[in-house]
Design a protein around this ligand. Structure first.
Ligand code: NAG
Ligand code: NAG
Ligand code: NAG
Length: 800
């Protein structure tokens, strides 16, 4: 956005003195009051490893996270009875003894204990400025989605105060500056506060004030054996005033301004306490010696180099877009069409949240979990794990199409870490080589089954889905090194498991015991124990789609890398023997299970059998499957699905892929009307329910998918543009083949586009529904079909 960084720096300082109405409604979330007790009004920022939420309360209370603080060490949870029970369970399922098979699967195959580790908060930091809430006026706090920073400003006793919060990826710390107008007006007492597991805590005033003063806190995850231990420190540097130790806190009185640098390091990434503490100190020494302005400048330059790659304009909201965010959210429930910029803000917020919660922080980077890196609970919802039957994958849906492929690095770090665990589970549970993962994992790559219920526990498909995401990373980036060194070994190990695990049923290579994630069916009358609700079965539709994808990806990789190994021919022999999708005889919908069972929840939140519509695409290449997928989706939505925020955003992506722009847009509006919390987070069923970050990412992906698609080998401009989005533009989306796409439209019609061929290769273009008249590419008539591009060349597309 800013070509000259010094302009950006000046602009931010000016923010403290401009009127709130100047906040760009596509870029800033902002508030005219404190969060108070509403955690989900706190403004969330992060540097990819350390997260913070800013309350802006009179006494600031930052909730801090470090992404490797979890509840304990890895443990082997594999059920030793599994291997011996497998064939009997399969035979029961084949014979229609569904309930008996389910019970035996739970007793012989569920893990012990049933859960991997839970994500934990790091510590809170309270900052007491000695102000009274009743004395505060002229209050503003904000999140800048472009620069990834947060701020608070207000007046108290005739003095203007401001708080700036800057997460720094380059320096690996969080950096804050607190200032006051006039001289010597700033008092602040800084404390680290944790409810559990504290090992030591201390405040130190350093006589060489340039080194800063510090308050430190070390704590453990509380497990008796081999806990995760962390060390954290707030380094406090005052300009003017006096400093003293106050218990475990540092109190600064009469300063002009105060800078705070914060870091935490854990035993997850360091071999012992000495190494962790040395790294803690190293980062803080570097940051404090170069000082807040330089740390801030580098942080903003880095953050906006990612976020500025995409610019979206869905129309201007005028005065509706200049209101504080909570007012906009309220107004949006009544009148969504008056504030189209709110969707743009959500789109930008999704990208800010992803850049803030998932970066390559070196070996053992960790991806964004169910709550990103913004959890305050010791017993978080669903342990705030990595749920890999949809949620972790959804977290990364916007990453490739919105031009931030590098944020995926932690996912591949986690997969690499998981491989030895997943090999051990394949061997011990199934007697197979290769890798298997079930429906959740944690920071250790735990791959055993999780929880204990027939609709979710025994689902041996997690690695198959993750391997397809690795292949997509290649398709978008065209990074052949990545294909060779990450994708190919992962595909090999994943396929190797299924060559052993799949069994022959009715002439097909079949999965089972397995399930359609988290859903159950009514056992039909021609099976034993009919009318019961069960989840476990064989030959699940989603499994078959994932298997087809896997074997196709092996074949495609063999062809790109010119490999001729037996693994290539083996995949080719398996592919045609995966059961094709079924269409139900009664409902004419794509089946979810091997039979047209009655579902227990017609409004179920997962759309697992539509995996091949989005994020996959295999159901879109044959019209019978596309039509029966649409029929299924329409019925499920009219039954009340889209009932969680993330489910609603999956529906947006599905409708976009089914080229129903009106339904995609309507569901986007409904998502924003129903689910967001005050700080724009996605929730499970509304602001009072659990926060889960996946829906934010699903929404961002869905908006992109309405404007550009590339799964069919064609760069499709405006495939699912709603008539409601009259004029607009987007710049910087990425299509498969590594094409960077800009597109403009007016009155609902395509106007012009630019396609940059970052990697060269064949380019085929489609515009809207193909019926918008002829198109010119670089001034020449384009009548369809592909053409070879040159690396680095831009292809201009115009309506004739
Ligand atoms: C309120 O804050 C704005 C900037 O945010 C400033 O221009 C104005 O002078 C302040 N008013 C008072 C009464 O402090
Ligand atoms: C390509 O992939 C390799 C291996 O993962 C990685 O080291 C490299 O940074 C990637 N290149 C780019 C341009 O991202
Ligand atoms: C769908 O169409 C394809 C291609 O015509 C065909 O091979 C397949 O059998 C059809 N499937 C069903 C379930 O009708």
């Amino acid at each position: 956005m800013f070509t000259n960084l010094s302009i950006a720096v000046v602009a931010i300082f000016l923010l403290n003195v401009v009127l709130a109405a100047d906040f760009d409604g596509s870029r800033f979330a902002w508030y005219s009051s404190e969060s108070g007790q509403d955690f989900k009004s706190n403004v969330p920022i992060g540097n990819g490893r350390l997260g913070a939420t800013v309350s802006g309360n009179t006494i600031e209370s930052l909730v801090l996270n470090e992404n490797s603080v979890w509840s304990g060490p890895w443990e082997d949870r594999v059920n030793p009875a599994s291997k011996g029970a497998l064939s009997n369970i399969r035979n029961m399922l084949i014979a229609g003894k569904i309930t008996a098979a389910g019970q035996q699967a739970l007793s012989s195959m569920a893990g012990n204990p049933t859960s991997p580790k839970a994500y934990q908060p790091l510590t809170d930091m309270t900052l007491d400025f000695g102000h009274r809430a009743s004395g505060i006026s002229n209050y503003t706090r904000w999140l800048d989605t472009l620069e990834g920073t947060a701020g608070v400003s207000y007046a108290h006793g005739g003095v203007s105060y401001s708080r700036e919060f800057v997460p720094s990826y380059p320096h690996g710390v969080l950096a804050f500056r607190f200032s006051a107008s006039g001289k010597g007006n700033l008092n602040v007492k800084a404390s680290l506060v944790r409810a559990r597991g504290i090992l030591s805590q201390k405040a130190t005033v350093n006589s060489a004030a340039t080194n800063g003063h510090s308050t430190t806190l070390s704590a453990s995850s509380g497990q008796a054996n081999n806990p995760i231990v962390f060390w954290s420190e707030a380094r406090i540097i005052n300009s003017g005033g006096t400093v003293r130790v106050d218990g475990n806190s540092i109190s600064v009185t009469g300063a002009d301004f105060v800078d705070v640098f914060f870091n935490a390091e854990t035993t997850y990434r360091h071999k012992d306490a000495t190494a962790a503490q040395a790294e803690l100190k190293r980062k803080l020494d570097v940051a404090s010696s170069i000082g807040f302005p330089a740390v801030r400048q580098a942080a903003i330059k880095d953050f906006s180099s990612i976020t500025s790659r995409v610019k979206l304009n869905l129309g201007n909201s005028g005065s509706a877009g200049t209101q504080p965010t909570p007012t906009r959210l309220t107004n949006y429930k009544k009148s969504p069409s008056t504030d189209p910029q709110l969707i743009t803000l959500f789109f930008n917020f999704g990208r800010q949240q992803l850049a803030a919660s998932s970066r390559d922080t070196g070996p053992l980077s960790l991806p964004a979990n169910l709550q990103g890196i913004w959890n305050r609970d010791y017993s978080p919802a669903w342990q705030s794990k990595y749920t890999i039957n949809i949620n972790l994958q959804m977290n990364y849906w916007p990453s490739l199409i919105t031009n931030m492929a590098e944020v995926q690095k932690p996912v591949f770090d986690l997969i690499n870490l998981a491989i030895p665990r997943a090999e051990a589970v394949a061997n011990k549970m199934y007697g197979c080589d290769g890798i298997v993962m079930h429906h959740n994992t944690d920071l250790w790559g735990d791959s055993a089954p999780v929880d204990k219920g027939t609709p979710y526990t025994i689902w041996p498909m997690g690695a198959a889905w993750l391997s397809s995401d690795a292949m997509e990373h290649f398709r978008f980036t065209q990074n052949h090194t990545f294909l060779q060194t990450t994708v190919w070994p992962l595909l090999q190990k994943t396929a190797q498991f299924y060559y052993c695990y799949l069994f022959n049923w009715q002439g097909y290579y079949t999965s089972g015991p397995s399930l359609s994630p988290e859903h159950a069916f009514i056992v039909p009358s021609n099976m034993q124990d009919s009318n019961r609700q069960e989840g476990l079965d064989i030959s699940i539709e989603m499994d078959n789609q994932l298997l087809r994808e896997l074997f196709s990806n092996v074949i495609e990789t063999c062809s790109i890398l010119k490999l001729t190994s037996s693994e290539c021919t083996k995949a080719a022999s398996y592919l045609p023997k995966i059961r094709p999708p079924g269409i139900g005889p009664k409902k004419k919908e794509i089946l979810e299970w091997r039979n047209e069972y009655d579902e227990t929840e017609p409004a179920h939140r997962h759309f697992s059998n539509l995996w091949g519509v989005y994020p996959g695409a295999q159901l879109l290449s044959q019209s019978n499957y596309t039509a029966s997928s649409k029929k299924f989706l329409d019925r499920r939505m009219s039954s009340g699905s889209g009932s969680t925020g993330w489910s609603r955003t999956w529906a947006i992506n599905l409708y976009a892929r089914l080229l129903d722009g009106e339904a995609a847009w309507r569901n986007t509006q409904q998502m924003i009307q129903k689910f967001p919390t005050a700080n724009l987070w996605n929730s499970d069923s509304g602001p009072g329910s659990s926060f889960q970050i996946d829906g934010n990412f699903g929404l961002t992906a869905g908006v992109a998918e309405m404007l550009m698609q590339s799964h069919s080998g064609v760069i499709h401009l405006l495939p699912a543009l709603s008539k409601s989005v009259g004029d607009g533009s987007v710049e910087g989306l990425v299509g498969r083949g590594n094409f960077v796409v800009d597109v403009k439209w007016k009155g609902g019609k395509f106007l012009e586009g630019k396609i940059l061929a970052r990697s060269g290769g064949r380019l085929e273009i489609k515009v809207q529904n193909g019926g918008v008249g002829r198109v010119l590419v670089n001034g020449r008539k384009y009548d369809g079909g592909g053409f070879e591009t040159e690396v680095g060349r831009v292809y201009e597309v115009r309506a004739e």
